[in-house]
Design a protein around this ligand. Structure first.
Ligand code: SF4
Length: 370
């Protein structure tokens, strides 16, 4: 625990807050997008926003894989259970994300669907081994952090000759989303990015260099502890003041420039890029997601089962899409804390443990200014 407590020291937080207050240019409004939902939660859980001068604004980004999954893909998963009688395995966060018609995976399970919550891909493989006469599908989601585990599961299934295991692949790529935000027809005003931490431990800091160069946006790869976030904000503010736009690495205890080459190799062996993929809030983004390579087609649920593309509409009044591209904040949603609560979520941003609306709710920030 000492390792964590060192990154939560109040005396250092006060010192950093003073340094930031002395460093900001009062004439400049600093708009820092924290890409990861984990950063959003750290900011609110530890009151980091309260320690910032009023001209430093955190803009919440799309870095929550549950939140950016389009509703149609959840509809697809429910259809897999209802029409093909598969055992569907997925992580708990996905269970209550609203699908079309106010249903969700939990309700489909209550209605008799064989849907199981798992903690790891190893759990899914065990379920497949234990049920040789049933088809077992892993509803895989996540950024680059969780993709290597899916790749390993597919390789293990191949090595074991498991013929009843497949993956419904929804793995998405972080740099593509960053590019979509910057290339949007009406881009949100962002001065700089707090770069993802867990994702960067896999892909390294190198993929972000193009954004710093081409779009002139400073990026600091930031850890998840409060002092990490504050130190990263200070590094970004210094870059902005000095007119620099570089990739800096505050999270050097876990992230290198090249990342985890072994994990990258595994992912490249099993997966390839889709030409395009729909992101909730950001629409269709080219080269932004992965699918299984032809060599692993036997483990691809989208090839094994009929899975039509489903265009689903959002719950009326839910602002998740605008929140996910940084155009709005949870406080802009009229449903926040009234109709929409963690017990009765209307959108993915309230369900997911990394969602921005869940952060506002959990830490009592429902109607604040920033
Ligand atoms: S508060 Fe609920 S309805 Fe509103 S944007 Fe967030 S998740 Fe969607």
């Amino acid at each position: 625990m000492k390792y964590i407590s060192e990154f939560r020291r109040q005396d250092l937080a006060k010192l950093l807050a003073q340094t930031i207050a002395q460093t900001v240019d009062p004439k400049h409004h600093y708009r820092l997008m924290e890409f990861c939902g984990g950063h959003t939660h750290a900011i609110f859980r530890y009151g980091v926003q309260d320690l910032m001068p009023s001209n430093v604004e955190f803009i919440h980004g799309p870095g929550c894989p549950v939140c950016v999954l389009p509703i149609g893909r959840i509809d697809n998963a429910i259809q897999l259970v209802e029409r093909h009688d598969v055992i569907l395995c997925t992580y708990a966060d996905l269970m209550r994300v609203p699908a079309t018609g106010r249903t969700n995976l939990l309700k489909a399970k209550a209605a008799g669907g064989d849907i199981r919550m798992v903690y790891s891909t190893q759990d899914v493989l065990k379920i497949a081994r234990d049920n040789p006469h049933r088809q077992v599908v892993f509803f895989a989601i996540g950024f680059e952090t969780t993709t290597p585990a899916s790749a390993v599961a597919i390789k293990v299934a191949q090595a074991e000759g498991l013929t009843n295991f497949s993956v419904f692949c929804n793995h998405v790529l972080t740099p593509s989303a960053m590019q979509a935000i910057l290339d949007a027809p009406e881009p949100v005003a962002i001065d700089a990015f707090l770069g993802p931490s867990h994702v960067s431990s896999v892909i390294g800091s190198k993929p972000y260099e193009t954004f710093a160069d081409h779009y002139a946006k400073p990026i600091v790869i930031a850890g998840f502890e409060p002092l990490d976030v504050m130190q990263s904000a200070l590094m970004l503010i210094r870059q902005i003041n000095e007119g620099r736009h570089e990739v800096e690495n505050e999270y050097s205890r876990a992230v290198t420039r090249d990342g985890n080459l072994k994990a990258q190799g595994l992912v490249n062996e099993v997966f390839e890029r889709r030409p395009q993929f729909e992101w909730r809030g950001l629409g269709l983004i080219p080269n932004s997601a992965l699918k299984l390579k032809a060599e692993y087609a036997a483990f691809d649920a989208e090839r094994r089962f009929e899975m039509p593309a489903i265009q689903a509409s959002e719950v009326k009044g839910c602002e998740c899409p605008a929140i996910l591209r940084g155009a709005k904040k949870p406080k802009d949603c009229k449903l926040l804390g009234t109709v929409c609560t963690p017990e009765n979520p209307m959108g993915s941003c309230m369900v997911s443990s990394e969602g921005a609306c869940a952060a506002y709710w959990s830490y009592g920030r429902l109607r604040e200014n920033n």
